[in-house]
Design a protein around this ligand. Structure first.
Ligand code: AMP
Length: 511
């Protein structure tokens, strides 16, 4: 199929605000694709490429786009091959060869195709909102149930990777993505809400509340004596935390997959700061020594698999009940099931008073689902924080002369695309952070003027703030008051940062 058909579908999807129409358009396109075009196209229309991050900066893109071709001739497979070749260009003179390769590709693209491709390669095609629509379109086009498509996407590493099997074999093709030991499941994520009453209300009046620990998310897999612990990004971290491996090995089940948070507690049993707990990861030598100094404790909050059976489809209440039967209380997340906003508020205070970040509120009826769709897990913190993306940084003055300091902060706009600027801050940055960001931001620079370096929207920072104000200062119409940097979030890609729509909700100006 020609790229032009994909581009036209993408244009028509962007032009309508009707969800069903978007699904119709996508599903019609999926049905017309050849099997080998399916994964590529699904990835593109979800805002990604099959090759993952290609590492094409704005400057390179800008220099590669010349006169548009007058006729559409590029085929999907040709573009994919060009991207594949592009990713293998390395070594001396690679910049020039990359430019040449891109110029060749863009030289054959019409104006609309070039726009689509540059948006795709710069990571700017609308994301997030499209993912749910893509899942539904794939279910429709392949004649499979939406639940099974979701499940397969969660297990198989995303919607693009499973699309071909779904389109060519339907439900039968999806079976290969069933949950399996030692194949990490993408973790379920949470959305931010302002307070516990909001959380109870949006979960239908009742919720399971749990302490929200500020440690490292882990998934533990056990089969007999064999135990592996995976990080949030699916890396095997077993070597770094042997005491967690031991604790899991000792649990009274033959096979299981557990989801939880591990952290280091101080002598009084209070959580150590996040940075302190994190010292245990990435350590391969002298593990023993550090283990003595900073022993880690697991707090399990979910059970995904038990003795040959998947629990993913069971409601949270059932999964937690089974979990509580298995784990010693000291390793189970402190929890409360309640309908009462007052009791929930007390529980939040108790969580904060014992040194935690806040609480999670979970729907007791919800299955386990990757990502933050469906709003079944909600997080409530005290100092409100948002995960925002750095759009630019200004050079500092005085003591900070020569360092990139004041950060421009943006939230992903999943309706309009791009980022909505919400403010600037240089507060909370240590000298070490200033040095780091000065180096890293210039690596992803796209432009600069006398005061400011503009960067690709890639780096996520966690920003604490006191209030969201209505403000004319930025086109977004909103600004954060008393914004300060809490920490960088290298574990989060920009596509997982908080959205402008969430910020609007927090500000009380949208439903
Ligand atoms: P955030 O990273 O701020 O979006 O919050 C979600 C993260 O909170 C999860 O990925 C876990 O690492 C962590 N977390 C801490 N306690 C819990 C809990 N009780 N349930 C789920 N996630 C938790």
């Amino acid at each position: 199929m020609l790229l032009a058909e994909v581009v036209e579908t993408s244009r028509r999807i962007a032009a309508t605000s009707k969800r069903l129409e978007k699904i119709d358009l996508l599903s019609a396109l999926l049905k017309r694709l050849n099997p080998e075009e399916v994964e590529i196209t699904v990835a593109w229309l979800s805002g990604a490429t099959r090759q993952g991050r290609i590492g094409i900066g704005y400057a390179l893109l800008r220099n590669s786009i010349g006169e548009p071709a007058s006729n559409a001739s590029l085929e999907i497979l040709q573009v994919d091959r060009a991207l594949e070749d592009f990713t293998s260009i390395r070594g001396a003179g690679s910049d020039a060869r990359k430019r040449e390769a891109l110029q060749q590709l863009f030289g054959r693209a019409t104006r609309e195709e070039a726009q689509f491709l540059s948006g795709l390669l710069a990571g700017e095609l609308r994301q997030g909102a499209l993912e749910g629509i893509m899942l539904e379109a794939l279910a429709r086009a392949s004649g499979s149930s939406l639940e099974h498509i979701r499940r397969a996407a969660m297990m198989g590493g995303g919607v693009a990777s499973i699309a071909r099997a779904a389109m060519s074999q339907g439900e039968t093709g999806l079976q290969q993505y069933e949950i399996a030991l030692f194949r990490p499941v993408q973790p379920m994520l949470a959305q931010t809400v302002e307070d516990v009453s909001d959380a109870l209300e949006s979960l239908g009046g009742e919720a399971a509340l749990e302490y929200k620990f500020d440690g490292a998310r882990v998934q533990a897999h056990k089969s007999g004596d064999e135990v592996r612990i995976y990080s949030r990004s699916a890396n095997d971290v077993s070597i770094a935390i042997p005491e967690i491996v031991e604790a899991v090995r000792a649990l009274p089940a033959r096979e299981l997959i557990l989801d939880g948070e591990v952290l280091s507690l101080d002598a009084q049993g209070r959580p150590q700061p996040f940075q302190v707990s994190m010292r245990r990861f990435g350590r391969k030598v002298n593990v023993d020594e550090l283990q003595q100094e900073l022993p880690m404790t697991p707090f399990w909050f979910d059970l995904l698999y038990l003795d040959g059976a998947s629990l993913l489809d069971h409601p949270q209440a059932h999964r937690f009940h089974e979990l509580a039967n298995l784990t010693p209380t000291r390793n189970l997340v402190p929890h409360l099931e309640t309908e009462s906003p007052d009791r929930a508020e007390d529980f939040l205070h108790q969580a904060l008073a014992s040194g935690n970040e806040g609480v999670m509120a979970k729907s007791r009826h919800a299955p386990y689902a990757a990502g933050a769709r469906g709003q079944s897990w909600l997080k409530i913190k005290r100092a409100r924080t948002l995960d925002l993306v750095i759009l630019a940084a200004e050079w500092g003055n005085g003591r900070r002369q020569g360092w990139l300091s004041n950060l421009h902060l943006g939230a992903r706009d999943i309706e309009k695309g791009g980022f909505a600027m919400l403010g600037k801050t240089f507060k909370g940055l240590t000298d070490e952070m200033l040095a780091w960001q000065t180096a890293e931001l210039q690596k992803i620079e796209i432009a600069r003027d006398k005061y400011t370096v503009y960067v690709e929207p890639k780096i996520v920072v966690e920003i604490a703030f006191n209030e969201i104000q209505i403000s004319q200062r930025y086109p977004s119409g909103l600004a954060l008051r008393f914004a300060r940097v809490k920490r960088y979030r290298p574990d989060k890609p920009a596509s997982a940062s908080d959205t402008f729509q969430t910020v609007q909700k927090l500000a009380g100006i949208a439903q």
